[in-house]
Design a protein around this ligand. Structure first.
Ligand code: SAM
Length: 275
């Protein structure tokens, strides 16, 4: 690591100098504590020489931590006001930080850096779930990303890791667990952020694995959409909306009087395989 990355100006000063007053519309809740940011950067494992894709670097706190960990980083940021601050940071780590101004929903980082990318982000909450579902449902599998280290509202993090039968269990749990292993790395109180959001947060770590069954993800998406679309109904009612849903239920021998939230990921996969 270059010495320059060890003696950076405080993030508060960067925010003040570049006029980066937090905008609610962009989901801006900044992290300013270097130790906490280093802790997030350790979640994916050693990053020396690794390729990292960051969504929403903002004033660059997490970006600093990723560079300190030795990563090469490509980052996409929608707020043009942050670009000069990020250019300053990039100048201190020559050749290791590429910043793209734009919307992460329209940006494809593949090909910018070598090897599979670790995705690490303190995500804007308004697009966090959409990006996660996109990353979980891409084909082919294994995906182009090596791991996901993402900040979510704690309630969303609990849905991602929830087990069948629990209140938080739903479509997101099945999509996240069908061919990945998610875990909550640690929780963060609202006061860790500037400005503090209304709710607590958690860092979720997700690594890809072999699918529970060899079934196309599109079928898992279809069966979970139908089953959880009418969560309170018995499967024999909710799966009526799905072409071949009732027949699949019969073939798997799953009790049609059960409700979606009681089915394990393996049972959803078995249903999808029969569609
Ligand atoms: N990484 C910084 C940190 O940890 O302090 C900022 C995190 S803040 C929660 C979310 C960041 O995502 C903001 O910088 C915001 O401008 C940016 N952002 C919001 N919507 C975005 C989008 N659609 N595409 C890219 N960046 C976006």
């Amino acid at each position: 690591m270059t010495d320059a990355l060890l003696s950076l100006p405080p993030l508060r000063e960067v925010i003040a100098r570049h006029g980066l007053a937090a905008k609610k519309s962009l989901g801006q809740n900044f992290l300013l504590d270097g130790n906490l940011l280093d802790r997030i950067a350790r979640v994916p494992g050693p990053l020396a020489g690794a390729s990292v894709y960051e969504v929403g670097p903002g004033p660059g706190g997490l970006t600093r931590a990723l560079l300190r960990a030795g990563a090469n980083v490509v980052a996409v940021e929608r707020d043009d006001r942050a670009l000069p601050a990020l250019a300053e940071l990039g100048a201190l780590a020559p050749g290791r930080l590429q910043v793209v101004g734009g919307d992460a929903l329209d940006y494809d980082p593949r090909g910018t850096l070598p090897g599979p990318l670790h995705i690490v982000a303190n995500l804007p909450y308004n697009i966090g779930t959409a990006l996660l579902v996109r990353w979980l449902t891409i084909e082919p599998w294994p995906p182009w990303w090596a791991s996901l280290t993402l900040m979510f509202q704690k309630e969303v993090a609990q849905r991602i890791v929830a087990a069948a039968g629990s209140d938080a269990y739903g479509r997101l749990s099945v999509l996240a667990q069908f061919r990945s292993r998610p875990r909550i790395a640690f929780d963060l109180p609202a006061k860790a952020f500037t400005p503090p959001p209304k709710v607590a947060s958690a860092v979720v770590h997700i690594v890809p694995m072999d699918p529970v069954l060899d079934v196309p993800m599109a079928r898992i998406e279809a069966v979970t959409a139908a089953a959880f679309g009418q969560r309170r109904k018995m499967l024999r009612a909710s799966l009526k909306t799905l072409n071949g849903g009732i027949e699949a239920l019969q073939r798997t021998g799953i009790d049609p009087e059960r409700r979606a939230e009681t089915l394990t990921v393996a049972e959803f996969a078995a249903l999808a395989a029969e569609l």
